[in-house]
Design a protein around this ligand. Structure first.
Ligand code: SAM
Ligand code: SF4
Ligand code: SF4
Length: 350
């Protein structure tokens, strides 16, 4: 292909750093906190069986329409997708890095071998407690702790930091943060892990009373996580953005905090197997569909959309606004139906 044609083609391509690709809505667990928006509401939409052909068609279209730095397979539970390795291979052939977010219960030895051979960057597996019964109560699946931990051990044995254990903290497991982090470090050999507060949405809307943390409890969570990480020599990352008036990141040097930008040229995007593009995995709002509109155009219109430009009343005049942006406003979309409100955690009991 001539350089002129290559240049012309790449001019029409979008450039995206990170895409969370939701392979399927289906899942074998029903975690009490799961943010998947299609599980919220009184009449949750029917979760169809994974559609490999559609997922493959959408992935191919995405890779034609965009240069993507990294694609993380998520869902629902991505391991429910048949031939998932072929999808991962397409990602790697495009020169794109690849991560897997999985509950671990369906991950076989062969899967681990293949993902390793394909050069997977990280496999994120959530473990909520060292007590199997509590983990299983949270996931609503008997035996899930055993299977997730067994898969996590095998991924960890591959070395290279391939395993990234994940801890989601809610009222149900706030008491056992130290033990879980020790387990990650001592049993799974992890020096790096994700720790996220429960962020309301999806099934979590129905279980909010059992799960919601107060401001004091969130501070306690980061205080104890920070102290444990320091003692063990671990680095923790908190991926759920939290308003700066609720948590001051400077108090927790062993925890890296992310904040949520509305700059569509730089922020991660979520795309599902149908081709629907969203602001993030927590947000229910569809910005466009790549089978109908090129991704570049979808990003351009989202950039100009007033919907994302509103400053919540609570944040008007706050000197922390540029850094904070009102916390997770996709959670506001799920709870209040609008991006224009500050993160619901601000209104939680302090
Ligand atoms: C929706 S899941 C999809 C992938 C896979 N099924 C899994 O559980 O890892 C992606 C990640 O989001 C986390 N998660 C789900 N709901 C959450 C919530 N309400 N707040 C914080 N993290 C959540 C899960 O624990 C998991 O680490
Ligand atoms: S968090 Fe993952 S495993 Fe749990 S219900 Fe949601 S999609 Fe399924
Ligand atoms: S911008 Fe809003 S949410 Fe963030 S610290 Fe200020 S008032 Fe709180």
């Amino acid at each position: 292909m001539s350089t002129a044609i290559t240049r012309l083609l790449s001019r029409n391509k979008a450039s995206v750093g990170i895409v969370v690709y939701e392979l399927t809505d289906a899942c074998n667990q029903a975690c009490k906190f799961c943010y998947n928006y299609w599980k919220g509401g009184d009449c949750p939409s029917k979760m169809e069986a994974p559609d490999y052909r559609l997922a493959r068609r959408t992935l191919r279209r995405l890779l034609r329409q965009a240069t993507v730095g990294r694609i993380s397979f998520s869902g629902g539970e991505p391991m429910m997708m048949p031939h998932i390795h072929d999808l991962a291979m397409s990602v790697r052939f495009a020169g794109t890095k690849f991560n897997l977010l999985t509950n671990g219960t369906l991950l076989s030895d062969q899967d681990i071998e293949i993902f390793d051979n394909l050069g997977v960057g990280a496999v994120q597996i959530p473990i909520f407690s060292t007590d199997p019964a509590l983990h299983d109560e949270i996931t609503s699946l008997k035996g899930s702790w055993q299977r997730a931990v067994s898969a996590a051990r095998k991924v960890a044995a591959k070395g290279k930091g391939m395993l990234v254990p994940v801890l989601i903290v809610s009222k149900m497991n706030l008491h056992c943060i130290e033990e879980v982090l020790e387990f990650f470090h001592n049993e799974l050999g992890a020096n790096y892990a994700l720790i996220n507060r429960f962020n309301i949405g999806g099934l979590g809307l129905k279980n909010a009373t059992a799960l919601n943390l107060t401001h004091k409890e969130i501070e306690d969570m980061f205080e104890r996580a920070n102290r444990t990480a320091q003692r063990l020599g671990m680095t923790l990352q908190s991926g759920v953005c939290t308003p700066l008036c609720v948590v001051d990141p400077q108090r927790y040097p062993n925890v890296l905090f992310t904040n949520c930008s509305t700059d569509f040229a730089r922020r991660p995007l979520t795309i599902n197997f149908r081709g629907d593009v969203r602001f993030c995995n927590h947000s229910p709002k569809v910005l466009g569909n790549i089978h109908k509109t090129p991704l570049k155009k979808i990003i351009e219109s989202a950039t100009q959309d007033e919907y994302f430009a509103t400053v919540p009343t609570k944040c008007a005049g706050c000197k922390l606004w540029e850094r904070c942006r009102g916390g997770c406003r996709a959670a506001s979309e799920q709870l209040y139906g609008t991006f224009g409100e500050v993160d619901p955690i601000v209104a939680a009991e302090s």
